[in-house]
Design a protein around this ligand. Sequence first.
Ligand code: NAI
Length: 218
Amino acid sequence: MSEKGISKAVIKRLPRYYRYLGELLEAGVERISSGELSERMKVTASQIRQDLNNFGGFGQQGYGYNVRYLHDEIGKILGLNRIHNMVIIGAGNLGQALANYASFERSGFRTVGLFDVNPVLQGVTVRGIPIRMVDELPEFIKENKVEIATLTLPKSRAKEMAQLLVEYGIRAIWNFAHTDLNLVLPRDVIVENVHLSESLMRLSYNLTSYEEKHKTNK
Ligand code: NAI
């Protein structure tokens, strides 16, 4: 079944299924019931059945789910069955930290280039990847078939850079600069925004409400 028409909420949950199934595979688990998966993932069994039925239901009554099959199928739906070449624009603290994180490669996201405007950084290598100057971008993107650009540069430079990257052939942007790029980019360019601070704010909310509850219960 194609994934067309699948709700955004389901698509949002798929990476989590993929991660859990990957852990099960590593632990040598070959099959799992929706009940067991539900217990591990803290999602109801009926939610799991409903979600996975969207893709033709990989489970069999009385057998459960074949972990490898389900993992691979979800991987295909997420486009993880092929390599995505990425560049990182802005080789400061965050850019270098992301470049140093080798595990993205296991999911097919290969960082092939790091770019900056600061000449002091030119030629410095991060995990074997040399930092290049941004004027090399157009050629580099073409030659290395780069599909994704990660933006870890100052917010004030992000829109202008994103527009250039699209001109150079970039198809998707993993945007860490806190600015809305959709307004300046063509509709067919995929943008995924990351805001670690939002995650921290949720943490703070939960911490605060826990403390409030604890206070009133005393
Ligand atoms: P940083 O100052 O260490 O690094 C920024 C790098 O971008 C510098 O090396 C600078 O030379 C380079 N740069 C400046 N203009 C450029 C251009 N036009 N093209 C290419 N490179 C350029 O800053 P840091 O801490 O690494 O943060 C980078 C960005 O990520 C900031 O916008 C920050 O707000 C954002 N950020 C976002 C987070 C999130 O959760 N979304 C978390 C942490 C930082």
